[in-house]
Design a protein around this ligand. Sequence first.
Ligand SMILES: Nc1nc2c(ncn2[C@@H]2O[C@H](COP(=O)(O)OP(=O)(O)OP(=O)(O)O)[C@@H](O)[C@H]2O)c(=O)[nH]1
Ligand SMILES: [Mg+2]
Length: 264
Amino acid sequence: MPENTALPENTALPENTASPESTAVPAARRTLRLGVAGPVGTGKSSLIATLCRELSGELAMAVVTNDIYTDEDARFLRSAGVLPEERIRAVETGACPHTAIRDDITANLDAVEDMEEDFAPLDLVLVESGGDNLTATFSPALIDAQIFCLDVAGGGDVARKGGPGIGRADLLIVNKSDLAPYVGVDVDRMVADAERARDGRPVLALSRTDEPSVKALCDWVRGVIGAHRSGEHTPQDPGPMAPHSHGPEDEGGHGHGHGHGHGH
Ligand SMILES: Nc1nc2c(ncn2[C@@H]2O[C@H](COP(=O)(O)OP(=O)(O)OP(=O)(O)O)[C@@H](O)[C@H]2O)c(=O)[nH]1
Ligand SMILES: [Mg+2]
């Protein structure tokens, strides 16, 4: 496993001169915090595993996963052997994945800050959202840039359904493009639909088995890290989720949860 191979520019962080409240390392010198959100099973953990595999030789990285009830995603990533195990930590979010990445981000922020302190200097912390529907987006108070992940198996029309992540995430992934022939989806058309919904923001058809697409993903991440360091990247808020509510039936199907709503 590579040692802490931070990029040289990131090595000149000021040494603990700041007080705790103002651990105010200028944003451009900080680790890039990159969120990955999207519906259940669209390949978020696999995309993160791919990024770790491809980039951990050149970047110092860590991962925070969010699962509703378990640390399943963290265990998957540890077993993939793509990063030292201690660089992968799980946050258990309870019933609603939105809350932990947008409304009350404390548990995630603590996990990210702990990682950044324990493994300083880090170039990149990836945060995987709990799998959800089309509405979850990260707060820009937690992450600097975000990827929204769809997959072809969810249907070619999903990209037209819109929502804050599809419309305004920094990068939209149309994942598992290798499966398109088996599920009757025209990837080019799905990408074109997504591009129309995004006012020129980037869309990438990805498959972990398609090397050029993996390279394009890695190049995009390198580009955002560069822009973040030079101060050219401004974290964008894709906007809040649409008003919705969860009843007990959403909470694992056990019927003993407490319903709640979001409508801000
Ligand atoms: N064919 C194909 N399968 C993929 C690809 N990426 C992921 N998968 C498969 O899709 C399934 C779901 O992948 P995950 O990475 O666990 O998806 P996820 O979005 O993290 O899932 P949750 O965290 O449960 O929401 C797994 O069976 C993966 O092996 C891909 O590029 N091609
Ligand atoms: Mg996952």
